[in-house]
Design a protein around this ligand. Structure first.
Ligand code: URA
Length: 433
């Protein structure tokens, strides 16, 4: 079939619905380099203004999956396979704690993750702060490790959903990332192609997330649930708070430490709440045939009896890494950010803390930037915490005194103090399914 991209751009610009055949061919032709970037960029911008119907969004997702290879992990393992995905936030190290707990409960957890761009960190970058850890496994190595130790987190292989890889890079530089049906199809195409039977999605809401408001997050969640339903998979969406950083640590090695503390039972309260909730829902969707409450009980037991920590250490060794926290890089400069007066923390602006960590070198502005795994910010006080004048609000871990001073100012400005009291906010705001 020959398509004329200019006609499809015009049709979308004028608000018409594409036929499944036209849209599929547009995406497959783009993946084959037969449609130039400038036409695809114009089409994305037309979608920004006109949107896609549910049927179009599903067709787009399906076409992206068909642009590459797919995995059938369920068949390879002879098990029902569960997966999780977060839409991205500041301090979001959830998968690194969830994986070992779920694996310790006897459910295989195999996940393909991404790298961070901008103020949101990526799971692969965090894992690469562990000396020796390999994120690039072949598909065979991935499946074998999953079968043998029940846990693997790797980079997405180039053959899986290549159309999304190309389209996402284009959207990134043409102001077309924040389009709900394009985000929904991008995320779900990768999850469906990787072969999960059931998926727990963590849709972040607030200053540090793509979705700034709860209403927008609900629309994204509903579209992803709909895509899962159309593909015959079960999807549960947690709407979670990203107005302040998740947990305390923001920055790669610092987040690994916090994830391990949490797997041991000593993590921050908000992060632990989200980790246990996500584990409970993953276990309830697995083939263990248990409900969410029993899932929660088993997740907590795996933390308490040390089996989750054992699973973490087995996993890190299997991917070539050294699980000892002593081996993680440490930043040379540590600077404390203190409260100038007594009060209650009312705001810890997630975006501002994320950008401060990025400026310290914890993240990358462009795909080729190198990361300093040691640096970052640790938020010792969170919303609802009372503080006295002089108390430590946060710590800045920096490569030198100059960058430490700049980050300390930015982190101080991310905090607001009020009078009176404030209930510590919940991290899980809602569950949609
Ligand atoms: N994450 C993705 O994988 N794709 C998007 O479009 C946005 C966030």
């Amino acid at each position: 079939m020959t398509i004329r991209p200019a006609e499809l751009i015009e049709a979308k610009r004028n608000g018409h619905e594409h036929s499944a055949a036209d849209l599929t061919e547009l995406i497959l032709a783009y993946a084959r380099d037969e449609v130039p970037d400038y036409q695809m960029a114009a089409w994305c911008m037309a979608v920004y203004f006109r949107g896609l119907t549910g049927a179009e969004t599903y067709t787009l997702t399906d076409a992206m999956i068909r642009s590459g290879e797919t995995l059938d992990l369920g068949a390879a393992l002879g098990r029902r396979v569960v997966d999780k995905h977060s839409t991205g936030g500041v301090g979001d190290k959830t998968s690194i704690a969830v994986g070992p707990i779920v694996a310790a409960c006897g459910v295989p957890f195999g996940k393909m993750s991404g790298r961070g761009l901008g103020h949101t960190g990526g799971t692969l970058d965090k894992l690469e702060s562990i000396p020796g850890f390999r994120v690039e496994l072949t598909t065979d190595e991935f499946v074998t490790q999953l079968r043998e130790i029940g846990l693997a987190i790797v980079g997405q292989t180039a053959d899986l959903v290549p159309a999304d890889k190309k389209l996402y890079a284009l959207r990134d530089v043409t102001a077309t990332v924040d389009i709900v049906p394009l985000i929904a199809s991008s995320i779900m195409s990768k999850k469906l192609a990787a072969g999960a039977d059931a998926i727990v999605l963590d849709v972040k809401v607030g200053a540090g997330a793509f979705m700034k408001t709860r209403d927008d997050a609900v629309i994204l969640a509903e579209q992803m649930i709909d895509l899962g339903r159309r593909a015959g998979r079960q999807v549960v969406c947690l709407l979670t708070d990203m107005s302040q950083p998740l947990g305390a640590a923001v920055g790669n090695a610092l987040e690994i430490r916090e994830a391990v503390d949490t797997v041991r039972g000593g993590g921050p309260a908000d992060f632990t709440e989200l980790v246990v909730d996500a584990c409970a829902r993953l276990l309830a969707l697995s083939d263990l045939d248990i409900d969410v409450e029993e899932g929660r009980r088993r997740a907590e037991a795996a933390v308490a009896d040390g089996s989750a920590l054992d699973a973490y250490e087995r996993w890190i060794r299997a991917q070539g890494g050294n699980p000892s926290l002593e081996q993680l890089p440490v930043a040379p400069v540590l600077r404390q950010v203190t409260a100038s007066r007594a009060g209650v923390v009312t705001t810890v602006d997630a975006l501002a803390v994320g950008i401060a960590a990025l400026e310290l070198g914890a993240g990358r502005r462009t795909k080729t930037d190198a990361i300093d795994h040691a640096v970052g910010v640790v938020c010792r006080a969170k919303r609802g915490d009372p503080v006295e004048a002089g108390d430590v609000l946060a710590e800045v871990h920096a490569a030198d005194e100059n960058s430490a001073a700049v980050a300390a100012q930015a982190v101080l400005a991310a905090y607001a103090l009020g009078d009176g009291s404030l209930r510590r906010p919940d991290v899980v705001l809602d569950v949609l399914q």
